[in-house]
Design a protein around this ligand. Structure first.
Ligand code: ADP
Ligand code: ZN
Length: 742
């Protein structure tokens, strides 16, 4: 028998090894093995076992053994890994690697073993005790044997707490063979530190019942599709549907995975699942230590838990009898991985479901254009939940056109329009809370000299204005490469003293709000402030308990948080995202605005939302009406007209390198090799400098392929990118179904 093995070097190559007969029975696809490799030895995973190799048997080496410190990858995941490698043009090794948490894959964390000690042989021990009862020198040993006889099998720690225990005597008895050791792997007990009150299913609303009926049909295998698009406004009760669908799946003896965007994996969400499912649930958040991640993986792998909830990578939870995958907020862009394999967890969830006969629920209040299209085409079943469970009125949303404001007084920051200021003041008087949202951190966006025109930019990256000024830390930082420099007080070019900072971020907004609302208690939440998970929780907690009046923040506060006291949300720059050169800019802006708007009026009182803008935009109007149907029709028409996804598929290929001319000529050569695959339903845009031309001193070129019938060209791109190595200093990144073309 021949094993096809991939090692940990990313060559996209399977190596053939003979399977020694004594191992034949214990190996299967997914097994971790050690193999001779050149002069050394490596660990690898078996992808498949076959009868014949295309190499002659005398040329083949035998694999050396099973890698005891690494668990095997379940066979179902191996299949998924191969699909990912093919579809996303990634190497097999990269794909297999994503299936396993690093803690498991590297063997870095070992299974916790516990040692149990017992009397090796009762008779011998008793003889020893009798023979040495009077020997003072051996008194401790005798005592210890008696102790162990009395207690039976024990851990060393338990013995050591007894009075009179002697380590020297213990070691001597072990050495002499009077005490024997047994090792056993232990999985930690469920963390009892988390206390949640159990809760039970709520009687479903008519909409929820409809969704659950469809899911029941799906689970029984009678439906036309294994995927349900659950399109329901915020508060329509989607989460309750997930919970009840999962209960159903558990009662069928199957397991479930719940994917949520990392940012919404908040204690609030987890608490709801924990309350319903208790210890059946494994929570996989990014803050787990290696050890914790290792333990959670093992709990899932051994069937000790039946539900896993987590961000993107939880999709690879090693359940063997998966019944359901829920993808909450399916439109969220964090489901796309930015490194190879650049997979989209929602799309892979649909594939995993198909491969393993499991059902998939894609939930969203603002479904992606891709999923709506699939529903329209009949590939997914659509379930619409239009009624909010609690019948809360939607917030009142107003667009404030800043161009109509009176001109600001000189020297006064005009981030907030008089209308918004007035609305905040009303809230402060009534002791209600406000959120002010600006999707830019920092104090200012650019530093420029009014005298000589100098503009501060990150020297390693290309985009104008990409420095963010933080006044509290007196630094300029680049959001592309993370580079930081001290902020100059005078122009570095001409020495002019009155250097200006223009544009604004959350830090500026905070200080501006402090000036306008002197008595208010103001907190800020953005990635500059939130250095750790605790910072995040501290601010949220303060806000939730009413210890803050105004919360200023970025995207971070947009999602999923529930603050009953908030009755006003102000979006400072509602049109900010619309000028991005990306066909998804409208979709992102709409989603962001409706999500932020959803933070208003979660409590008793009706919420109000103000969008400040400097331009006319269809997108803002749809968002202000909370008219997702109108927006999606508008956006789909736009995409159809321009031949963008979901009407086509799109592959972006990025070329990177330090010398621009080399990058350009390599990219041109790459593109030329694809000419042979051109057909009438395909558009190939030739390589050109990407919108972000340079990051970390690397020039970037971008070419795109879009159209229908991409299979052949995708295969060609995969081979070119993985098997024809570019000259040193140049790298190629293929992004299938790219979410961003920047
Ligand atoms: P979504 O996930 O769509 O935002 P949730 O499932 O979180 O909606 O439900 C919103 C609120 O309504 C929650 O507080 C939830 O407990 C409550 N809720 C959901 N379903 C029901 C129901 N059938 N009966 C009563 N309350 C419900
Ligand atoms: Zn930079």
């Amino acid at each position: 028998m021949i094993a096809k093995v991939i090692t940990d070097i990313s060559l996209d190559k399977e190596f053939d090894y003979l399977v020694p007969p004594e191992l034949a029975d214990s190996l299967r696809p997914g097994s971790a093995v050690t193999v001779p490799f050149g002069k050394s030895r490596r660990t690898g995973y078996i992808l498949s076992l076959v009868e014949k190799s295309s190499y002659s048997p005398d040329k083949l080496k035998a694999l050396t053994g099973i890698a005891a410190d690494r668990p095997a990858i379940p066979e179902n995941l191996i299949r998924l890994g191969r699909w990912i490698a093919d579809y996303y043009c990634a190497s097999q090794e990269h794909s297999i690697r994503t299936l396993l948490p690093a803690a498991i894959r590297t063997g870095r964390v070992k299974e916790k073993k516990c040692r149990f000690y017992s009397i090796a042989d009762r008779e011998t021990a008793e003889k020893y005790i009798i023979a040495n009862a009077k020997v003072t020198r051996l008194a401790k040993r005798v005592e210890l044997l008696q102790m162990l006889l009395r207690k039976g099998e024990s851990r060393k720690g338990d013995l050591a707490t007894e009075t009179g225990f002697s380590m020297a005597a213990f070691d001597a008895l072990c050495k002499a063979g009077l005490i024997s050791v047994r090792e056993e792997a232990v999985t930690p007990e469920f963390d009892s530190g988390i206390e949640t009150l159990p809760d039970s299913p709520l009687p479903p609303s008519p909409d929820q019942q409809k969704a659950l009926d469809q899911i029941t049909e799906m689970l029984s295998g009678r439906s036309t599709s294994h995927v349900q698009l659950l399109y329901g406004t915020t508060n329509s009760g989607k989460t309750e549907v997930y919970l009840q669908a999962i209960s159903k799946v558990l009662s069928m003896g199957k397991a479930a995975i719940v994917l949520v965007p990392e940012i919404s994996l908040t204690p609030q969400t987890v608490r709801r699942f924990r309350a319903r499912f208790g210890t059946k649930l494994s929570v996989l958040h990014s803050r787990l230590s290696d050890r914790e991640r290792f333990d959670e993986w093992n709990k899932i792998n051994s069937g000790k838990v039946q539900i896993a909830i987590g961000a993107r990578s939880a999709l690879f939870a090693p359940f063997k009898n998966l019944g359901l995958i829920v993808v909450d907020e399916e439109h969220d862009s964090s489901y796309k991985q930015s490194e190879s394999p650049r997979y989209h967890a929602r799309d892979v969830a649909v594939v995993r479901g198909k491969l393993e006969n499991a059902c998939v629920i894609l939930g969203s209040a603002t479904p992606s254009a891709e999923s709506l299209y699939n529903a329209k085409e009949g590939k997914f079943m659509l379930c619409r939940m239009a009624v909010q469970v609690d019948n809360k009125p939607a917030p009142l949303i107003r667009i404030v056109d800043r161009r109509l404001d009176p001109p600001p007084e000189p020297g006064v920051s005009n981030l907030l329009s008089p209308i918004l200021i007035h609305a905040v003041e009303e809230r402060l008087e009534r002791a209600e809370q406000c959120i002010l949202f600006l999707n830019r951190r920092g104090y200012a966006r650019s530093l420029c000299c009014p005298q000589c025109g100098y503009e501060a930019r990150c020297p390693e990256c290309s985009v104008n204005y990409n420095y963010t000024y933080s006044r509290s830390r007196e630094i300029l930082s680049c959001h592309l490469c993370g580079g930081v420099v001290p902020a100059p007080h005078s122009c570095p070019e001409c020495g002019f003293q009155d250097i200006r900072y223009s544009g604004s971020g959350t830090e500026k907004l905070e200080s501006c709000a402090r000036g306008i609302f002197p008595g208010a208690r103001i907190g800020r939440m953005d990635s500059d402030m939130m250095r750790s998970a605790e910072d995040y929780e501290v601010v949220l907690d303060k806000f939730r308990r009413g210890k803050l009046d105004i919360l200023v923040g970025t995207q971070m506060i947009a999602k999923g948080l529930h603050f009953p006291g908030v009755t006003l949300v102000g979006v400072v720059n509602a049109d900010l995202g619309l000028s991005m050169p990306d066909f998804r800019a409208q979709e992102r802006t709409f989603q962001m605005l409706t999500q932020v708007a959803g933070r208003a009026g979660r409590g008793e009182k009706r919420g109000e939302v103000i969008f400040q803008t400097m331009r006319d935009s269809e997108v803002l109007r749809f968002a202000a009406e909370l008219d997702f149907d109108g927006f999606s029709k508008f956006d789909l028409e736009f995409r159809e007209m321009l031949n963008y996804p979901p009407y086509t598929r799109l592959i972006a290929i990025f070329f990177k390198g330090e010398k621009e001319s080399e990058v350009a000529s390599y990219a041109a050569g790459f593109a030329e090799k694809l000419e042979a695959y051109r057909h009438e339903n395909l558009r190939i845009t030739p390589p050109a400098p990407a919108p972000v031309e340079k990051i970390r001193n690397q020039f970037r070129y971008l070419m795109t392929v879009r159209g229908t019938g991409l299979k052949k060209i995708r295969e060609a791109i995969r081979i070119l990118a993985l098997h024809h190595l570019p000259p040193s200093g140049i790298s190629v990144a293929v992004d299938v179904d790219a979410q961003s073309l920047m």
